[in-house]
Ligand binder design. Structure first.
Ligand SMILES: C[S@@+](CC[C@H](N)C(=O)[O-])C[C@H]1O[C@@H](n2cnc3c(N)ncnc32)[C@H](O)[C@@H]1O
Length: 331
């Protein structure tokens, strides 16, 4: 079935820019103004909620809105991979001090993209509606205060002399990037060049940003990795914000050692887990969305058994010889 962008604009009090930002953030393509069913469902979930239209704050973070709902989890047989359905702050608070070797994560900043200002943030994910207008789970509101709570937890769980990689879009970098500088030693910003033009009214976007920072001192594993990563975006995806595994593989190429404990508390489709397995690392992570845990669990199980990635069957750096060389070192 086909859904038109123009119908969405009639249905919801949003501008074309907000809709295009939403589509871009979630890597949806609307050729000739036509949306596919998955994109349409996500639009309804996001713009159709009352939460979208009102200010909201992320308060205690400790409890889900409906703790009686049993949460999903997955632990591999060898116990090297553990993922669970949980709120980011609650999950990090459960981890001991100095227990993680590297954080590689891609938080949901869509509220920032939607509203282009702080205080009305809402995170994209597949939140299941309980049916009475309530959401099953609390949502992460990306105010500076909440982001600082998140970063302080990252700092606490990270061992000394270790690295953190935080993905950003341009807007969130401008508002939240300075918060990272208060907590971590920011070393550089890497550009992910998606190689194909996306949506956007004021220069069509084809990049995202990755902030690279450290707790203490630690050199990169290699001096040969450039700060522009040319990696094609995933176009046929099962999870709307699915990133190519190569992004996380390059982070690990820069900073990981075998058996390092990698942490990603905004797991999504589990691309960071696949990268961690390829690099011989252990992994802990969470996502608030049940769909994320379902999908990433089956992806990880299949990868451990067959070495085949069921969500990404192509190498996304084919055209970039430098990247190819760095990544092939791990084959
Ligand atoms: C940009 S996506 C991550 C995509 C992932 N890197 C991938 O490659 O598939 C951000 C994720 O954060 C999750 N999320 C949103 N709020 C959260 C919260 N409070 N705690 C944990 N996860 C949350 C969303 O469900 C979504 O899956």
């Amino acid at each position: 079935m086909e859904y038109k962008k123009s119908d969405v604009l009639k249905q919801y009090p949003i501008s074309i820019e907000q809709l295009d930002n939403f589509l871009y953030t979630n890597s949806f393509v609307a050729e000739d103004g036509i949306l596919n069913e998955i994109a349409y469902q996500y639009i309804i979930e996001f713009f159709g909620t009352n939460n979208y239209h009102k200010n909201a704050t992320y308060e205690n973070n400790k409890q889900s809105a409906h703790p009686e709902v049993s949460k999903l989890s997955f632990i591999s047989n060898d116990k090297r991979i553990a993922i669970e359905q949980e709120d980011v702050i609650t999950f990090l608070q459960k981890q001991p001090d100095n227990s993680v070797d590297i954080i590689i994560t891609d938080p949901a900043y869509s509220g920032m993209n939607q509203m282009l200002k702080l205080g009305r943030g809402k995170i994209i994910g597949k939140y299941v509606d309980k049916g009475d207008g309530q959401k099953w789970f609390d949502e992460f509101h990306d105010t500076e205060e909440n982001y600082e709570i998140f970063l302080k937890e990252c700092l606490r769980v990270l061992k000394p002399n270790r690295h953190i990689y935080l993905m950003f879009d341009s807007y969130s970098l401008l508002t939240l990037g300075q918060v990272v500088r208060k907590i971590f030693d920011v070393k550089n910003i890497v550009v992910w060049d998606k190689m194909n033009i996306g949506l956007g009214h004021y220069f069509r976007r084809r990049h995202e940003l990755i902030m690279f920072a450290s707790k203490g001192k630690r050199p990169l594993n290699s001096k040969d990795i450039p700060d522009i990563w040319r990696i094609k975006r995933i176009t046929s995806f099962k999870y709307p914000t699915q990133k190519p595994t190569e992004i996380f593989e390059l982070m690990l190429a820069g900073s990981a050692e075998k058996d390092f404990v990698v942490c990603d508390p905004f797991l999504g489709s589990g691309s960071s887990v696949i990268a961690s397995i390829k690099y011989g690392c252990k992994f802990i992570g969470c996502d608030i969305a049940a769909t994320s845990i379902e999908l990433s669990s089956s992806r990880v199980k299949a990868f451990l058994e067959t070495k085949k990635d069921i969500l990404q069957n192509k190498f996304m750096c084919e055209d970039d010889q430098t990247m190819k060389k760095i990544l092939s070192k791990n084959d």
